[in-house]
Design a protein around this ligand. Structure first.
Ligand code: F6R
Length: 588
């Protein structure tokens, strides 16, 4: 959602914060702002729009301590006034999260003379700090937070103080040490600037100055938190030789499969994990968006491997209508960020009901890892593009490995082999361009498939609509004649996936049905005979490298990710920052 940063050191804070915000922009890009403090005076610049909008104002922000924010609007539209930081008296505040009781606090403070200028929930925090301040920043933070309900990561600048305070509850906040002292919503903002980092605990209050960081618990008792070395993520910064992160990250799909396999071999106690899965009375998976779509694939993989019911649940539904679990059940929370509020809550509910909780996540220090009994890492590296690509591929790899704990070596070599095919697809692009052009020229795009191809179709459709804004749907090919066929005409494209020999004849029927209604068709297949049969009869066809059906989703989903990327670029969209979306959805 939003991203917050803080800096205290010897350099000018404005430029340091600006760099940090640019790295966090994927968490929200509706508006941005920075406050710095210099000899008792606070300087602020904030604007609706992207972080770049702040560039002309940086020079005017003097001082070597400051805080910054990039916003994904929840309360109040994205404009200059609603942009953070919010100020009151000696305070300037940035916030990531939601203050659920802001309306009642606002009314209370207004009654004692406080005047509010924005429509945000966050402004109330600045006023509360001003209300409670008695010369001690940490104490004002403690007292203000005691009044809040909801979730927050806050960075607070006070004109009286050469530094800033950071605190959190349920939203992430990381501290960093390097050439100066840092705070940020996630580690990515610290890359290249800090040499070590520390994940703050819920309730912690950190006081960050140019001389160091002191951490207190919520009662202001000093606590020790471990700082860990910050290493490999540094290499991820920048788009490299690709014009966008989305393309760079699709090209890292193969690397992600290899790294996930490699890391899996070192997970401690795999025999115990196997036994837990074998003995479970049911396995339930929870996730949102792409992570849920990966869970659909897991249902097939784990369902084929373990002798118990396996089901996937959309986390925002599961938190209010939880699947029934027992102490013999396993709940698998799937989340790239590990911070998605609905997934966290659905997982917590399952755990409270006794289930063993496994987190399949790409972020090793995320909130989900702190509540899970077991963490299975997806080794995609930092995923910056809002659209999930390589993390989905990594999640698939992780589920394959979980499904083959009996004979993991064989599955690993299959995965490493298919990674080669994924690499070939990702580094090419001619077919993706042709199909992307058809997408852009169509009123709607449907993705169809059977068996393993259905899950790929659903995810391919999500990817296309989110980055290109073209209307799209993904569903089982057999369902075509039960409704959607009514929409098919010469303005509509159907992308038909045919990667399972056993189901190919049936999927071919769907193609014929669409062609006979003059619908446009693109075929994506791993089967040479299907390609030959339709080549020339359909608008486009893409023959992928051969792969057994159960592994074909690595190839076909890489192909669909590339099609979505190319369609976004052709349609003039920014694939890395789709409108209205943000990565890491930490609010309900
Ligand atoms: C789609 C996308 C979102 C996320 C969803 C869950 O490309 O990125 O649908 O998959 O918000 O996020 P995580 O996996 O971080 O829980």
């Amino acid at each position: 959602m939003c991203g917050i940063v803080g800096y205290a050191g010897r350099e000018r804070a404005a430029e340091e914060l600006f760099e940090g915000l640019k790295k966090l922009e994927y968490r929200g890009y509706d508006s941005a702002g920075i406050s710095t403090c210099d000899r008792g005076e606070i300087f602020t610049a904030k604007r609706g729009g992207r972080v770049e909008e702040l560039l002309p104002y940086l020079k005017a922000l003097s001082g070597t301590v400051g805080i910054g924010h990039t916003r994904w609007a929840t309360h109040g539209e994205a404009n200059d006034v609603n942009a953070h930081p919010h100020a009151c008296g000696k305070f300037s505040v940035v916030h990531n999260g939601i203050i659920e009781n802001y309306a009642e606090l606002r009314a209370e403070l207004a009654a004692s003379g406080h005047q509010f200028i924005s429509q945000t929930d966050s402004e109330v925090v600045a006023h509360l700090l001003d209300f409670y301040y008695d010369g001690d920043l940490a104490d004002a933070v403690r007292l203000a937070c005691a009044r809040l309900k909801g979730c927050w990561a806050l960075a607070v600048l006070c004109a009286d103080f050469d530094g800033f305070a950071v605190t959190r509850r349920s939203s992430s906040a990381i501290l960093g040490e390097g050439d100066g002292y840092f705070a940020a919503s996630d580690i990515y903002a610290l890359c290249g600037r800090a040499h070590s980092y520390c994940v703050m605990e819920d309730g912690d209050i950190a006081i960050v100055t140019p001389r160091g960081i002191t951490i207190y618990d919520c009662n202001l008792i000093p606590v020790k938190r471990a700082f860990e070395q910050l290493n490999e993520e540094g290499e991820e910064v920048g788009t490299g030789d690709c014009p966008h992160y989305m393309l760079k990250e699709i090209r890292q799909n193969a690397r992600t499969i290899r790294a996930t396999c490699n890391k899996f071999s070192y997970i401690p106690n795999l025999p115990a994990l196997k036994k837990r899965l074998e003995d479970s009375d049911k396995i339930v998976l929870v996730g949102c968006g792409t992570a849920y779509n990966a869970a659909l694939a897991a249902v097939r993989l784990l369902g084929g491997a373990y002798d118990c019911p396996v089901s996937a649940h959309i986390a925002s539904e599961a938190r209010y209508d939880p699947p029934r679990v027992t102490e013999k059940s396993v709940c698998i929370a799937v989340s790239q960020s590990g911070e998605t509020a609905d997934t966290l809550r659905a997982a917590e509910i399952a755990r409270e009901a006794g289930a063993y909780l496994i987190a399949v996540t790409n972020v090793g220090y995320s909130a989900i890892t702190r509540i899970a009994d077991k963490v299975l890492p997806v080794c995609a590296g930092a995923e910056v593009c809002v659209a999930a690509t390589k993390s989905y591929i990594g999640q698939l790899a992780c589920f394959h490995l979980m499904a083959s704990l009996n004979n993991i070596g064989v599955r690993m070599s299959e995965l490493l082999k298919v990674a080669g095919g994924v690499e070939d697809i990702a580094s090419g692009g001619a077919y993706a361009r042709v199909i992307a052009k058809l997408c852009v020229q169509s009123r709607a795009v449907f993705f169809l498939g059977r068996g393993v191809d259905v899950d790929v179709a659903v995810e391919g459709s999500l990817k296309l609509k989110e980055v290109s804004y073209i209307f799209s749907d993904g569903y089982p090919a057999g369902e075509l004649k039960h409704g959607t066929l009514a929409l098919v005409d010469e303005t509509v494209l159907s992308v038909v996936l045919i990667c399972d020999e056993a189901l190919a004849e049936k999927s071919k029927n769907a193609v014929e049905q669409i062609l006979s209604r003059r619908g446009k068709v693109a075929i994506v297949t791993t089967l040479p005979h299907v390609y030959e049969e339709f080549k020339g009869r359909v608008n486009a066809s893409w023959l992928l490298p051969p792969a057994p059906a159960h592994l074909s989703h690595f190839l076909s989903s890489t192909a669909l990710q590339l099609i979505a990327y190319r369609a976004a670029v052709l349609a003039g969209r920014d694939p890395d920052k789709p409108r209205n979306l943000a990565k890491s959805v930490t609010v309900e």
